[in-house]
Design a protein around this ligand. Structure first.
Ligand SMILES: [Zn+2]
Length: 285
C-alpha cells in the first residue's frame, strides 16, 4: 500500500501554507505515508484535520515538552487531549516527553512540571491503548533527559524494572503490558538504546543521519524490526536537500542512509520500515 513511511512530520507548519495540497498530492503519487505530529492543542487539531479523509496521512495529539512552562496546567492535559486522541486517525499520543536542551540544568521546577505532564500523556496512552510518540532531548553532551524519561517509563512498564515501587504497583496488570511507543529523533547512546528496546520501544531517525556520523553505530545496533524512518519536516532536510524546506517527500533519503550504514538489502529494509510503522501505530493495510 505504501512504499515509504515518514512517521514524524509537521505538515501544518506555515512553511507548507503555499503548497500544502500539492505536496500532499505528491506524497500520494509517490506512495509515501506520513504521520503529522501535534505539539499543542491547536496543532493537534490541525494534524487531525489534515489526516481526515486522506488515506496516507495520520495524526498524533499531545503537548511538546519544549513548550511547557512553569504556568502549564498539568491537570488539563487529559481533558484537552483525551477527546481528540479518541479519533480513529490519531495513531499515537505525543509528541511528549522531556526536553532539557534549552533549559538551565538546575531548573528542577520546570523539569518536574515536564515530568508530570509527560506522565499525564503516558496515562492517556495507556487508557486509550495507543503508543507514545516520544520527544526526548538532553542537555548538550549529556544523556540527562533520556535517563529521567526512561526512569519514568520503566516505572510504568512494570515487570523487571527498579525505581518507584508504588508507581509500579498502580500500573501493574493489564495497563503495564500496553505501554509502548517510539523514541523520535533519536540522539541517545547505546545504553539508552538498549533500555528503550528492553521496554519494547522503537527508535526513529531523521535526515540528520545523512550529514553526521554521530549515530552510525547506534543505527547498526537497532534490530531491523525496531527502526523507523522520519523527516521531522519542515525541519532538518536530508542531503541532498540541506538548507531547503524539508518534506515527507524526502524520507527515501533517510531510508537510503540507513541501508548504507547497515549494509543490508535496500528492498528488504524499505519494506520493513513500512511494516514497522503499520505495526507500531496499529494501521491496517
Ligand atoms: Zn516533531
Amino acid at each position: 500500500m505504501f512504499d515509504y513511511f515518514d512517521i514524524h512530520s509537521h505538515l501544518y507548519f506555515p512553511d507548507f501554507d503555499a503548497d500544502r495540497v500539492d505536496e500532499i498530492e505528491k506524497l500520494k503519487e509517490n506512495k509515501i505515508a506520513a504521520i503529522t505530529v501535534g505539539t499543542d492543542l491547536q496543532s493537534s487539531q490541525k494534524a487531525i484535520a489534515l489526516a481526515d479523509a486522506r488515506n496516507n496521512l495520520f495524526a498524533t495529539v499531545g503537548q511538546h515538552p519544549g513548550e511547557v512552562t512553569t504556568d502549564s496546567k498539568i491537570d488539563d492535559i487529559s481533558s484537552i487531549f483525551e477527546k481528540l486522541a479518541e479519533n480513529k486517525k490519531v495513531v499515537a499520543v505525543g509528541e511528549c516527553g522531556l526536553d532539557y536542551f534549552r533549559m538551565d540544568k538546575n531548573d528542577t521546577e520546570l523539569k518536574n512540571i515536564q515530568k508530570r505532564i509527560f506522565e499525564k500523556h503516558i496515562e492517556l496512552a495507556l487508557k486509550l491503548d495507543k503508543p507514545l510518540m516520544l520527544h526526548i532531548r538532553p542537555q548538550k553532551g549529556t544523556m540527562d533527559a533520556y535517563h529521567d524519561a526512561l526512569e519514568i517509563l520503566e516505572n510504568y512498564g512494570g515487570n523487571n524494572y527498579g525505581g518507584n515501587a508504588s508507581v509500579r504497583e498502580l500500573h501493574r496488570g493489564e495497563a503495564s503490558v500496553k505501554l509502548r511507543g517510539n523514541a523520535h529523533f533519536f540522539v541517545g547512546d547505546l545504553d539508552v538504546l538498549q533500555r528503550f528496546l528492553a521496554l519494547g520501544f522503537t527508535i526513529s531517525f531523521t535526515g540528520v543521519i545523512t550529514f553526521t556520523h554521530d549515530y552510525d553505530e547506534v543505527i547498526r545496533q537497532v534490530p531491523l524490526e525496531m527502526i523507523m524512518s522520519e523527516t521531522d519536516a519542515p525541519l532538518v532536510a536530508p542531503v541532498p536537500y540541506r538548507g531547503k524546506r524539508n518534506s515527507p517527500l524526502y524520507v527515501p533519503e533517510v531510508v537510503k542512509k540507513i541501508v548504507e550504514l547497515r549494509g543490508e538489502d535496500f528492498e528488504v529494509v524499505r519494506k520493513q520500515m513500512v511494516e514497522n510503522a503499520l505495526r507500531v501505530f496499529s494501521i491496517s493495510s
